[in-house]
Design a binder for this molecule. Structure first.
Ligand code: FEO
Ligand code: CA
Ligand code: CA
Ligand code: CA
Length: 676
C-alpha cells in the first residue's frame, strides 16, 4: 500500500527569495523539470530540434512564447477523464515570438531579415510558431514526458481553417476572400490567457492581433466612416505598419491577408482582405480531445484584446457566466451570461463543440462600471440598451456590430476604464472573481490628452516607482481587484468590489504604495497570470514585470485570499499641479501575511511566468516560462555568451544555447500536492 500522505499545510513551503539568476527556482523539497520547449517535435517523423536557426516544419513542433494552458486528463485507455493524473493532453497558447526589427531572430540562422520585403521562408516559420498546440503528456514512474507521436498531438496556427460562431457568424463584417459568406476565418493569433469550459474544452484568448496587420497611409479615404472608426479603436490607424512585415513575403493570399488596405473589385470585400482583421480578437474554443473538430471563435463573448475566460461556478438550472478582460491601457472588464441554463449532463457530452454552440453562441454581453462607493453594475451591450442605440459616435447596426466592436459599445455606455485587465479567475470557495490589473502608464494625477486618466477608486494609485517617488503618474506595479456578484450570482447585474492586493516593493511607503503590507517574501510587481487551482484552492499569481526586474526576475506566488470586504476603506491624497489636493477613496483587502501570500517560483532572465494548470490530484503543476532572454540583441545572434539567457539549455534541456520558451512540470519530492 502507498505510504500515508504526508501532513499537508497549504503554503507550508519556505518562500523562494527574489533572484536574478538564469534559472528556475522553486522551494526546497520541490523539483522543476523542463517538459516541452519551442521546436520540440510533435511527430516521430519530425527531426529533433537543433536550435540553431536551421530548423523547419514548425507546423509539427511546439510553437513559441508559451502562455495560457490547460491539462485535460486521459484514462489509461485514452478516453477523457476528470480524475486520471498520470496521463493527459496539454492544450496551450503560443502567443508571439521574440523579435527585433521585424525578424524573429532566434528562429533564423543569421538572425533573419530586418528589412522589407521579408523572405517567405522566414515568414512561414514565424507564422507557424503562433497559435495553439495540443500535446500528450504522460508520467512514467515519477517522470513526466511528452508523447511525441500521440494521435492527440495537434497544432492550430494562424493559417488553420476556423469557424465563426455566435452573432458575428455570417455578418457582412466578416466577409473576406477566404470566406465570402463570413462564416470562417483563417487561424488564431497572439493567443494569451485561456479558460476551460465546464464541458471539457479549451478556450484561448486572442490578444494583440491588431499589430500584425498593415494599413496604407491613404486607406481611410477608401473606407466608410464606421470602418475607419472601428480600425482606429482597435489600434490600426491608417499608415500602421505590421509587427513582422508578413504581408510583404509574396503574392499568395496567406501573405496578402496581412495587408488590409488592398481593395478588390467587389463592394463587400468578398474578393479582398479589407475585413480580415475582424476575424481576429475572439475567444476561440478548441476540443483538445478531438483533433477532427474544427476550432470555433465565440463572437458572442466580444472582440477585444482577450486574456483569460473564467467561468463562474456552474449551477444546474442557472445560466453560465464567463468573465473576461481587455488588456490594453484604459480598457474594460466584461462578462458573458449564457441564454441556456446549465444542465449537469453536459459536463460529459458526446459532442463538445456542439455543447459550446449551446452555451457560448447566444447570451448577453456585459461591461463593468465600478463606482466610488465599492459597488458596481454590469451594463448590457446589445441593441436592447438605449445607450447603444442612441450612440452618435458610432451607429451600431445589429448585435454582430456590437460584439465585433465591443470596445466602442463599452464606450457608449460609460463603462470604467481600468489599469490593463489581464487574467481573471473565479475562487471556487465562494464564486468571487479576481482580475489582475497589470499596470498603466496612462494613469496620471494631472492627466493631459485623451489617453490619460486621473486615479479613481478602482484604479487608485498613480506613483512613478515602487519606492514612492514624488512624481504622480503611472501605476507601474499594478493591483488585483475582485468582485462579489449581487443577487442572481452569475446573472447578477450588480456587484461589490475591493482591491485584493497591490503590487509593491516591500520597502515602499506603506501609506501610498505598499498598501497590502508586502514583505520581502511576497513583494511583486505587475501581476498578469492568475488562476485558482481546484485541488488546493490556492490562488496562483504570475508576473510580467518591467518595474522590478532590476531586483528580481518574474515570479509566481501562492495566495490564500479572504473575501471581498475583509479589509478597510483607505484614502490616498495627491498633490495636483495647480496646488489643490486630489483625495481618492478606495477599498483595500486584508493585508497579506506569511500564511496568506508566499513567493513560490522565480524564473530565468528576461522571462515572463504565465500559464498554469495541474493534474486533478494536484501533484503535478505545469507552468510556462515565456520568452527567456527576450532582450538579446539580434546583433549578438552568433555569440551565445552575449545572450541574456541560455535557459533551458543551461538547465540541461536540449541542444544549442538559444533561449527557448518552455513548459515546466513541478513535482514535490515527497509526492505531495503542489503548494503545501
Ligand atoms: Fe499577453 Fe496581456 O498579456
Ligand atoms: Ca498576459
Ligand atoms: Ca502582460
Ligand atoms: Ca510576454
Amino acid at each position: 500500500p502507498p505510504a500515508p500522505a504526508p501532513a499537508e499545510k497549504l503554503l507550508g513551503f519556505a518562500a523562494v527569495p527574489k533572484s536574478l539568476a538564469d534559472s528556475v527556482s522553486v522551494p526546497a523539497g520541490y523539483t522543476a523539470t523542463v517538459l516541452y520547449a519551442l521546436g520540440d517535435p510533435l511527430r516521430a517523423s519530425t527531426p529533433a530540434y537543433k536550435n540553431d536557426g536551421t530548423d523547419a516544419d514548425f507546423d509539427n513542433r511546439a510553437g513559441d512564447h508559451h502562455d495560457g494552458m490547460e491539462f485535460f486528463a486521459l484514462s489509461a485507455t485514452g478516453t477523457p477523464s476528470t480524475t486520471a493524473s498520470d496521463r493527459g493532453v496539454l492544450a496551450m497558447n503560443h502567443e508571439a515570438t521574440t523579435d527585433e526589427k521585424l525578424s524573429s531572430h532566434f528562429l533564423h540562422a543569421n538572425g533573419g531579415t530586418t528589412s522589407l520585403p521579408r523572405p517567405a521562408a522566414e515568414v512561414d516559420k514565424e507564422v507557424a510558431v503562433h497559435g495553439i498546440s495540443v500535446v500528450e503528456v504522460k508520467k512514467t514512474g515519477t517522470t513526466w514526458a511528452t508523447v511525441t507521436d500521440s494521435t492527440f498531438n495537434r497544432r492550430i496556427t494562424p493559417l488553420t481553417d476556423v469557424e465563426i460562431g455566435g452573432p458575428a457568424r455570417g455578418s457582412a463584417l466578416l466577409v473576406t476572400k477566404y470566406s465570402p459568406d463570413g462564416t470562417r476565418t483563417r487561424g488564431t493569433l497572439n493567443n494569451c490567457g485561456n479558460g476551460r469550459t465546464p464541458w471539457g474544452t479549451y478556450l484561448s484568448g486572442e490578444e494583440n492581433w491588431s499589430g500584425y496587420f498593415a494599413r496604407s497611409a491613404t486607406d481611410d479615404a477608401a473606407r466608410d466612416a464606421k470602418s475607419v472608426a472601428s480600425l482606429r479603436r482597435y489600434g490600426r490607424n491608417q499608415g500602421a505598419t505590421s509587427r513582422h512585415g508578413w504581408e510583404t513575403a509574396g503574392t499568395d493570399d496567406k501573405y496578402q491577408r496581412w495587408d488590409i488596405s488592398k481593395k478588390g473589385a467587389s463592394a463587400n470585400g468578398s474578393d479582398d482582405y479589407r475585413n480580415e482583421m475582424n476575424g481576429q480578437g475572439y475567444i476561440i474554443e478548441v476540443d483538445a480531445y478531438d483533433k477532427t473538430k474544427p476550432a470555433k471563435k465565440r463572437s458572442a463573448l466580444g472582440r477585444f484584446a482577450h486574456e483569460s475566460a473564467a467561468f463562474g461556478i456552474a449551477t444546474a438550472g442557472q445560466p453560465l457566466a464567463v468573465y473576461m478582460g481587455d488588456d490594453s491601457r484604459n480598457e474594460y472588464i466584461y462578462k458573458f451570461v449564457s441564454a441556456a441554463a446549465w444542465a449537469a449532463a453536459d459536463a460529459t457530452p458526446t459532442d463538445r463543440i456542439a455543447t459550446g454552440d449551446k452555451y457560448l453562441d447566444s447570451g448577453k454581453l456585459y461591461v463593468a462600471k465600478l463606482n466610488a462607493d465599492g459597488t458596481g453594475q454590469w451594463i448590457e451591450l446589445s441593441m436592447d440598451n438605449p445607450q447603444i442605440k442612441a450612440y452618435a459616435a458610432y451607429q451600431f447596426a445589429d448585435l454582430a456590430d456590437v460584439v465585433v466592436n465591443a470596445r466602442l459599445a463599452a464606450d457608449a455606455v460609460g463603462a470604467t476604464r481600468m489599469d490593463r485587465p489581464e487574467w481573471c479567475s473565479v475562487n471556487p470557495a465562494n464564486g468571487e472573481i479576481y482580475y489582475t490589473l497589470t499596470n498603466n502608464s496612462n494613469r496620471n494625477v494631472n492627466p493631459s490628452g485623451s489617453s490619460q486618466l486621473a486615479p479613481d477608486a478602482a484604479n487608485p494609485r498613480a506613483y512613478t516607482d515602487m519606492k514612492g517617488s514624488s512624481a504622480q503618474n503611472g501605476n507601474p506595479n499594478g493591483h488585483i481587484i475582485r468582485f462579489k456578484e449581487g443577487t442572481g450570482a452569475g446573472a447578477a447585474t450588480t456587484f461589490q468590489w475591493d482591491v485584493y492586493l497591490f503590487g509593491a516593493e516591500s520597502g515602499a511607503d506603506a501609506t501610498k504604495i505598499n498598501l497590502s503590507s508586502l514583505t520581502a517574501d511576497q513583494d511583486f510587481s505587475s501581476p498578469d497570470g492568475l488562476a485558482f487551482l481546484k485541488s488546493t484552492g490556492i490562488c496562483w499569481i504570475q508576473t510580467d514585470d518591467g518595474a522590478y526586474t532590476d531586483v528580481t526576475n518574474c515570479m509566481m506566488l501562492a495566495a490564500l485570499p479572504g473575501q471581498v470586504g475583509d479589509g478597510a476603506k483607505t484614502t490616498l491624497t495627491y498633490d495636483k499641479a495647480d496646488g489643490s489636493k486630489l483625495a481618492v477613496d478606495t477599498f483595500v483587502g486584508k493585508k497579506a501575511t506569511p500564511d496568506t501570500l508566499k513567493r513560490f517560483l522565480v524564473g530565468p532572465v528576461g522571462s515572463e511566468i504565465t500559464g498554469i494548470t495541474e493534474t486533478p490530484d494536484g501533484k503535478a503543476l505545469f507552468v510556462n516560462i515565456q520568452h527567456p532572454g527576450e532582450s538579446t540583441s539580434l546583433a549578438n545572434i552568433a555569440d551565445p555568451t552575449k545572450y541574456t539567457s541560455q535557459w533551458p539549455s543551461n538547465a540541461g534541456y536540449g541542444p544549442g544555447k538559444r533561449p527557448r520558451s518552455a513548459t515546466i512540470v513541478i513535482t514535490k519530492n515527497d509526492g505531495g500536492r503542489i503548494g503545501t
